[in-house]
Design a protein around this ligand. Sequence first.
Ligand SMILES: C[S@@+](CC[C@H](N)C(=O)[O-])C[C@H]1O[C@@H](n2cnc3c(N)ncnc32)[C@H](O)[C@@H]1O
Length: 221
Amino acid sequence: MKVFKTEQAEAKKRGLARTIDLVHYGIIKKKPALITNKYRIFALDSATGVSYMTSKSPQYISGHLRLLGKVNGGYPYKFKDLIEELFGSCPSSSEELEVCSGEVVAKSNLVTVDINSDKNPSYVLNGQDLPQDWNDRFDRWHCDPPYSEHAAKKMYGTSMPSVTKLLTEGARVTKSGGLLFLLLGFKNMQWHPKLVTRIGWLAITVVPNQEIRALHCYIKN
Ligand SMILES: C[S@@+](CC[C@H](N)C(=O)[O-])C[C@H]1O[C@@H](n2cnc3c(N)ncnc32)[C@H](O)[C@@H]1O
């Protein structure tokens, strides 16, 4: 990952930021099922569907996947498997942070944060305002905020957090070279803090009710 950072800085200086290849730098671990002149296509086992990179934009992964939904607003089944299939799993020696954790259960190297104490997170905290001494601490940051003001109030008794503030805090507490995954409703959020680079956007159709979610992927510079 350090190599990526150095190479990226060099490429940016030379106006070549678009040429960073996520596969070449080991950020995407999945082997492509098909390579053509234009595409590298990744056929997922954990989800139905494909993701792809184009030869002109090897720094970015897109695609459309289908996953079976859960009834309680939790991550769809196999959502984390899908991330691990594409990006590899976080080594057990490193730490992951799950913000707006809901039913996600903390483990030895997985720290959870939720504003509601009844979710039993590792820390009852507002994800928009994480502890100052968590700077550059985590190898991965995951966040699944409520999808609307209405859902926030009705399902969790909270107000809708600012996604901008959640991501800004995520960028601060993630290590250089670490990855950030933000699951939102159907939107393609263009803004991101300067501390991170966007490396992917995946549309997820949640079956059987066909709601749509958007997985935003970033790397900390
Ligand atoms: C969509 S649910 C997350 C579901 C989770 N991914 C799962 O699989 O169970 C959203 C969660 O965000 C929490 N939440 C809402 N506002 C928050 C905030 N400002 N900071 C931290 N957690 C918040 C809610 O309590 C709720 O548990």
